[in-house]
Structures are given as structure tokens and as C-alpha cells.
Design a protein around this ligand. Sequence first.
Ligand SMILES: [Zn+2]
Length: 260
Amino acid sequence: MSVLKTITIRCYAELNDFLPSDRKQRSFTLSVKEPVTVGEVIEILGIPLSEVDMVTVNSQPVGRSYRPLENDYISVYPTFETFDIGSLKTAQKQPLRITRFILDTHLGKLARYLRMLGFDTLYRNDYSDEEIIEIAREQKRIILTRDKLLLRSPRVNHGYYVRTIEKHGQLKEVVAKFDLYSRFKSFTRCMTCNTTLLSKSKESICDRVDPDIYNCFSEFFYCPACDKVFWKGSHFERMERIILDIINDKSENDHQNLRR
Ligand SMILES: [Zn+2]
């Protein structure tokens, strides 16, 4: 016969997004059946393990396979991509050094924006969940998704549930979450296909663009995969405003944090 154990749990920061209102931002008790691991308890709560970085039991870090004891106090912390918690890291696998992404089928616009900032971002509107997970594992990519169920697969090592629905907001959220500010390489990647753009001399593209464009601009770029020539026209100015907006937002937040 299985034994019931009573444990107390508290989930921190954005992990509360996955909890019902009576469990948000507070400790709550749970009766669990033996044998159960702390990883399984977190999944029962509806939190994808890929969102969890650290679990402590009575203030001591534990791994996901830890089996809770009667009256344990369990704290669950989200992925600390933006600051270093050093040797306390136990639940999350090794952090990825190069930030590469693969996005689910709902995030096409975000994919274009991340490529605009120069981040290697795979996206197709017909990827299956299984393909996304497989490619992410093979190529060490972070999965960005609007589908909480996808992140619950035990085969997902690095994944993040994008909270915001509005497209610019999604970009801001991801840039802040992974602290990408210092790693922008804007306008170096094709927004349509993710290929790195080549710089082209003015002479080499003279038969590829209208004479007006040719005369107005001095810098040209080429995507070998799409066979397209780009220049810094009105589209570029719109993109530059989006980037400025992200940077201004960060300086405002930094300023507020300093005053706190
Ligand atoms: Zn392209």
C-alpha cells in the first residue's frame, strides 16, 4: 500500500505563471504518494521542468530525483539565465554557451525579430513538436514556445514558455530573459531564412536594384539562400526603432533598479 506524505511547497517568480491563483506567491501543502520524486511533484503542479533551475529542500539544494520526506519544505526556483548562482545549480542541465533558438509554429514573427538582432533562430510553420525537440537536442538550441505541454516532455533540456502575446513584447521578454542586450549583431542575418548575410559592393549589385535605390544607398547585403539583395531603406529604419525601444526600456529598468 502506498504511503501519503505531506509536504509544503513554495514556487518563486515566473514559475507562479503555471499555478492556479490559490497557489501563486505563497506556500501550500500537498499530500503525495510514495514513491514520488521532487521532479514528478513539480510536473504534477503543471510546471515544465525545463523552466526550473533549482530546487531546495529545507534550504539545501537537491536534484530532481530526490524523494520528499514527511514535512519537507520545498522551494522551486526558475531558470536563472540572467544571473549566476554558481555551485548552487543542481536541477538544470549545463547552461548553453551559444544562444541559439528554435521556435514553435506560433512564433513566426518573433523568429524574424530574433534573426533581425542576429540570433541564430530556426522556425518553420510546419514543425511537429517531436521535430522541434529533436533538433533542439541535436543542435543545442533553446526551445521558445507558447505551448506549455511541449516543455513538459522529459526530452527537453532547454526551453522557455513565452508569456507575452504581443509581438514586440515577446521580443523584449526573450531579450530580457536571456540577457541578450550585449549580444546583438543586428542586420547580419536574413529575417526570412536565418542565413548569414554577405556584404556586397555597390558595383556588384548594380543590375539587381532600381537605379533610384542604387543612387540613394551605399551599403548592400545579400542572402545567398534567398538570392535577395537588401539595403538600409524604410524597413530598416522601422527595425532600428524597435531595437532602440528595447535598449531604452532596459536603461529605464536599470535606472529604476538603481533607485530602489
Ligand atoms: Zn534568406
